[in-house]
Ligand binder design. Structure first.
Ligand code: AMP
Ligand code: MG
Length: 472
């Protein structure tokens, strides 16, 4: 068997200003950890034997048809503009058009130094690679737009972080790696021709019906509003919503110190580097608007007089909070089993969330339990639930199939932080069973899986993960 990937590389056909050609840097002794066969089928990839795939997905061999390159971008990191970022530890191998007609990037992450590495070593350690593999595939199964994981390999080399850690490479698949920051870098440098080319490219690739820069802005806004509402609906906290981590295609991208909440509180922050709580759970919608404003600012630089774009761009950005609110409302209505729209719905939802925050209710388990008898047990004071539930019972009596709606909307399984940490610890000690088990269980998050009930449990007092690390 020979690994074959039907590459067709549109980004590599763009001018040199967009990237630097860069091969992955070979590693010592690659070992294949995982290969995602289901995704490979969609991508029309024929798998090779294990050794061959380990070599290819470590970057030791470059598959036929690949044209490896590191992409240029910039971005606002925690609100401060960094004029030059770029793929510092990743290379884009190329693109394939899948069996579903969708064009996707295939990228190696952790593949060695590039011209954009700055002080970094260009590498990744096993922990963040496995975390991204598990969490991105879990997001996909939850129905949330996301980049995906095609493969993971161990490199057989140590990566130095707090101490020596096992090195690894993730093969990431994305509808594209275009970021808000990809536009910002050309706008910031006043490279208007490149900015125009990039705008056309993004429209061709993602939003064929969009007209001009403002059409693109509108399309990105709509996709981002849907995405953030979806995150909110499962208690997902991205952790680093910098503009370079904000996808034009509207996918969840650049999983770093991300986390799913256990007990609900709107101010929850896990990331150890987010000291001010800029990217806290409940700030995410506002930050998405801020990021869109940065995209707007970049896009209007391509007008002969940027002032000409200001009015329309402002109007597009200002409409985003309402859109987010609508998307959020429709997601949370479904979580309560509601498909009709009634005036009191918003109050019903926010009232429940308020009580959940006061009573430290587990976010996932409370919603999952709404369809059964046990939701009240999630509250330290169950009467707080009962007094809310009366109004809700009346409300769902006007719905056709609230239980069906809820069980298809409220997952039983999410990648809980303590389980992810335990899985990483086991893998570092050579035991990949928890990694494979998590992937398997999380591929069916809406099914009750009685044999896996332990994975629905919130962390015990000694298991709570208080902070997550980029660990890059
Ligand atoms: P992130 O916060 O992971 O989105 O990364 C921000 C920037 O830092 C990107 O330009 C990355 O390519 C770069 N970067 C992160 N980790 C490394 C590393 N280990 N070596 C080189 N560049 C890195
Ligand atoms: Mg990034």
């Amino acid at each position: 068997m020979t690994l074959t990937i039907p590459f067709d590389n549109s980004y590599a056909r763009l001018p040199d200003a967009f990237y630097t050609r860069q091969s992955p840097v070979p590693v010592k002794e690659p070992q294949l950890i995982a290969f995602n066969e289901g995704l490979a089928r969609i991508l029309r990839i024929s798998p090779g034997d294990v050794t061959e795939m380990a070599q290819a997905f470590a970057g030791n061999t470059v598959p036929d048809g690949a044209e490896p390159l590191a992409q240029l971008y910039s971005g606002h990191q925690f609100g401060t503009y960094n004029p030059q970022l770029g793929d510092g530890r990743a290379v884009l191998l190329g693109e394939t058009v899948g069996a579903d007609g969708i064009r996707r990037d295939i990228q190696l992450k952790g593949s060695g130094r590039t011209p954009y590495s700055r002080q970094g070593d260009g590498r990744a350690w096993l922990g963040p690679v496995l975390r991204e593999y598990v969490v991105s595939e879990a997001m996909q199964a939850l129905g949330i737009p996301t980049t995906r994981a095609l493969a993971a390999v161990e490199t057989g080399e140590a990566v130095y972080r707090e101490g020596p850690m096992p090195g690894a490479v993730l093969t990431r698949v994305a509808q594209s790696h275009l970021r808000v920051g990809t536009f910002q870098v050309f706008a910031g440098r006043r490279q208007v021709e490149s900015l125009k080319q990039l705008t056309d490219y993004a429209i061709q690739r993602h939003y064929l019906e969009a007209e001009g820069p403002m059409g693109l802005l509108r399309a990105v806004r709509d996709a981002q509003a849907k995405l953030i509402a979806a995150w909110m609906s499962v208690g997902f906290i991205h952790g680093v919503m910098n503009t370079d981590n904000s996808s034009i295609a509207g996918e969840t991208i650049d999983y770093g110190p991300c986390a799913f909440m256990d007990s609900y509180h709107p101010n929850t922050v896990y990331s150890s580097i987010d000291r001010m709580g800029r990217y806290a759970y409940s700030n995410q919608p506002e930050i998405a608007v801020w990021n869109l404003a940065q995209l707007a600012t970049a896009l209007i630089q391509q007008y002969d007089d940027p002032q000409d774009g200001v009015e329309e761009a402002t109007e597009i950005v200002h409409a985003m909070p309402d859109l987010l609110q609508q998307e959020w409302l429709s997601r949370f209505r479904a979580k309560l089993g509601l498909t009709r729209e009634e005036d009191g719905d918003l109050r019903l939802i926010t009232d429940l969330l308020k009580r959940m925050a006061e009573e430290q209710a587990d976010f996932t388990n409370t919603f999952r339990a709404l369809g059964g008898e046990t939701a009240r047990d999630q509250f330290t004071n169950p009467e707080a639930f009962d007094s809310w539930s009366e109004g809700w019972q009346t409300r769902i009596s006007r719905e056709a199939d609230p239980l069906g709606v809820m069980s298809a909307t409220n997952p039983a399984f999410i990648p809980r932080n303590h389980r992810v940490e335990q899985m990483i610890e086991a893998a570092v000690n050579g035991d990949y069973a928890p990694f494979h088990r998590l992937n398997d269980v999380l591929s069916r998050p809406f099914e009750d899986q009685p044999g896996n009930a332990d994975l629905t449990r919130p962390p015990g007092a000694n298991e709570v993960v208080h902070a997550t690390f980029c660990g890059t």
